[in-house]
Design a protein around this ligand. Sequence first.
Ligand SMILES: NC(=O)c1ccc[n+]([C@@H]2O[C@H](COP(=O)([O-])OP(=O)(O)OC[C@H]3O[C@@H](n4cnc5c(N)ncnc54)[C@H](O)[C@@H]3O)[C@@H](O)[C@H]2O)c1
Length: 358
Amino acid sequence: MPARKKIAIIGGDGIGPSVTEEAKKLLEIYRDKAGLPLDLWELDLGADRYLRDGTTFPKEIQIAIQRECSAVLLGALGDPRVPNLEHARDILFGMRFGYDLYANVRPVRALADRLVPLKGRTAKDVDFVVFRENTEGIYVGMGGQFKRGTPDEVAINEDLNTRKGVERIIRAAFEYARSHGKTKVTMADKSNAMRHAHELWLRVFHEVGAQYQGIEARHLYVDALCLLLVQDPSQFEVIVTNNLFGDIVTDLGAAFQGGLGMAASANVHASSPEKVTLFEPVHGSAPPLAGKDIANPFAALLTAGMLLAHLGWPEEERRIERRVTEAIEEMACTVDVGGKLGTRAAAAWVRERVASEL
Ligand SMILES: NC(=O)c1ccc[n+]([C@@H]2O[C@H](COP(=O)([O-])OP(=O)(O)OC[C@H]3O[C@@H](n4cnc5c(N)ncnc54)[C@H](O)[C@@H]3O)[C@@H](O)[C@H]2O)c1
C-alpha cells in the first residue's frame, strides 16, 4: 500500500475558491475512483478569514503543512477589501519563502491553434518552460520609505541576489533540460543596466552552463527576450530568470496559451523535491470575475495535473491535459477561451471525461 499523500487546499480570494473547488473535485475522483492515496485537507485562509478574526498564516499551520503535507493546492490571493494585501503576503510568501520553494516552474504550452494570438503561429510553436527565481530579487521586501507623503519622499526596494540563490535556480533549469531531453536554456537578465546584481547572473549562468554538455546556454537581455518571444516563441525550450522578470515574462507566456485562465505553475524546492511543493494557477484572484461562475477553471485543473505528476503519477497530468485540450477543441469551455460554459460546467465536462477512463 503506497504511503498516503496529504494535500493542503487553500482556495483563497476572488475566483480562487471556485476554481480550486473544481480542482479539488478532480482530485476526489482520483482518490475515490482510481484509489490514489490522497488525503485532502481544506484550510480556511484568505481575506474572509483575515477580515473575520485577523488570521493570516498561523505558525502552527505553516509547520503542520511542512511536516505532514506533500503538496499545497492554492487558488489565488488578493482582495480589494485588504488594500495592503497583508494576508496575501503572509500566506503566499510564508510558503514560497518559508519553505524555500526557490523554483517557480511555469510551463507555457498552447493546447490548441485557435488559442495562440500570434500571427502565423500555431500551438506547436508554443512549448517552453520558465524557471522563475522565487525566493530573492526585488520581491523580498527589503527597503523602505522615507519622508512619506512629503514632496521629498523617497521609496526604495532592494534587489537581493545571492550566489547560492542564483546558482541553484540556474542549475534547476539545466537539470530540467537534461532530464526532459531539451537542448536549449536561455537566461534573461538586464546585466547591461543592472551591472552588479545581473553580472552575477551572467557569470554564474556561463559557469553552470559549461557543466552541461550538449545544452546550448543562450543569454538574452530581458527586453530582447520579450521581443523574440512575440516574434517566434518556438526558438525557446527552457527560460530561466529572476523573480520580477519571471513574473512578467510568464504573463506574456500565458497570453500565448489563451490567457491566464490556461496557465499552471508549481513552486518547488528543486534540489529536494520530496519537500512540500506549492501548486497554483498563474492567475490572480480576478475580483471582477468572482462569484459569477465565469472564471476559467482549466488553469486550476492543469495545476492539479502538475501536482499529480509531482506526486508520482505523470500519466495523469497528460490525461488531464488531453481532456482539457478536447474541451477547448469542442468549445466546452468558458468565455475567455471562446466557449459558453460556466466555471462549474466546463470543469465538470473535463472531470467526466477523465472519470470515464479511470
Ligand atoms: N499568486 C497569486 O495569488 C496572485 C497572482 C497574481 C495576482 N494576484 C492578485 O490578484 C488580484 C488581481 O490581480 P490582477 O487583476 O492583476 O491579475 P489577475 O490574474 O487576477 O487578472 C488579470 C486578468 O486576467 C483575467 N483572468 C485571470 N484569471 C482568469 C481566469 N481563471 N479566467 C478568466 N480570466 C481570468 C482577469 O479577468 C484579468 O482581466 C490582485 O490582488 C493581485 O495582487 C495574486
